[in-house]
Design a binder for this molecule. Structure first.
Ligand code: 13P
Length: 282
């Protein structure tokens, strides 16, 4: 039985890999986003990942996110892990490990293969010594809501294998057609080739726009983590644009719109959990 706040991500990754389901990794930048995902996870009795990318980390520091998620998770009855998405260097990764994150990503895709493998191995050794899991990157996804388009670089199956076997990563992000913030279609043939060669846990980014039918196949091919960003951010923007609350009572206005956002996000998160075969897996 896992505790609600899972301090070491490796156990949850292993369970998902063995169980042929994926955990949604929701990008959360605020209390209401975190609450909605946790309420959805409880309603579906599903293990989930909450994650902060450098974008979300403009909102507050890793220690504040960590304290908030621990406090919420410890009142929940499902396992929840906290992950650093797109860890972009030593300072960021250290700050999140020191703040008690369950898991971190080292995104070394812009490096040469040998540099990526060596750096991933160094980060993995460090993370594992402290009981933290590591996601590596074998490709890039392009897109992005923040204008930082790194371009699409599809995953070579052998690179995924090297990052798992030689880099000692616990899971590896694979680019097989999904794009940050855009509707996509997966190259399931490439994903199958990666799964066969890599024989380890895989991660997909750009999860919002991947069709449910592709996700159903992906969960049978070793995909354990699927990132969901825009799918939560868009309904929030829409609610606030449409807000018709009574401006004579600003407090009621804020709380009313926030409650509507919460309800919208719970629906989105429950749907994502279900299409990843996560319901009942807690
Ligand atoms: P989406 O915004 O397309 O869901 O992608 C999120 C993501 O992959 C974050 O790393």
């Amino acid at each position: 039985q896992l505790m609600p706040f899972v301090s070491d991500g490796r156990k949850m990754i292993h369970r998902a890999f063995e169980g042929n389901y994926a955990m949604p990794a929701f990008n959360i930048g605020s209390l209401v986003m975190a609450r909605a995902c946790i309420e959805a996870a409880e309603a579906e009795q599903a293990p989930i990942i909450l994650q902060t990318s450098p974008g979300e980390l403009t909102q507050t520091t890793p220690d504040v996110f960590s304290a908030m998620i621990r406090a919420l998770a410890n009142k929940a009855d499902v396992p929840i892990m906290l992950h650093l998405d797109h860890g972009d260097g030593l300072d960021r990764i250290a700050a999140c490990i020191n703040a008690g994150y369950s898991s971190v990503m080292f995104d070394g895709d812009s490096l040469t293969l040998e540099e990526n493998v060596t750096a991933t191995q160094n980060y993995a050794e460090w993370a594992h010594a402290l009981g933290v899991s590591l996601e590596a990157a074998a490709g890039s996804f392009g897109g992005g809501e923040e204008g930082a388009d790194s371009g699409v670089h599809l995953t070579n199956p052998d690179v995924a294998r090297r990052l798992l076997k030689d880099g000692c990563a616990d899971m590896v992000a694979c680019s097989v057609g999904s794009v940050h913030g855009q509707t996509s279609k997966l190259d399931l043939g490439r994903l199958e080739a990666i799964a066969k060669l890599a024989e380890g846990p895989l991660v997909l980014h750009g999860g919002t726009g991947i069709p449910a039918s592709d996700l159903a196949v992906a969960t049978t091919l070793g995909v354990v983590k699927i990132n969901i960003g825009a799918g939560l951010a868009r309904p929030i923007v829409k609610r606030w644009q449409d807000a018709t609350e009574n401006v004579a009572s600003p407090h009621k206005g804020v709380f009313g719109t926030t409650d509507r956002v919460l309800a919208d996000l719970i629906e989105v998160a429950r749907h994502k959990i279900r299409i990843m075969n996560g319901s009942g897996q807690a």
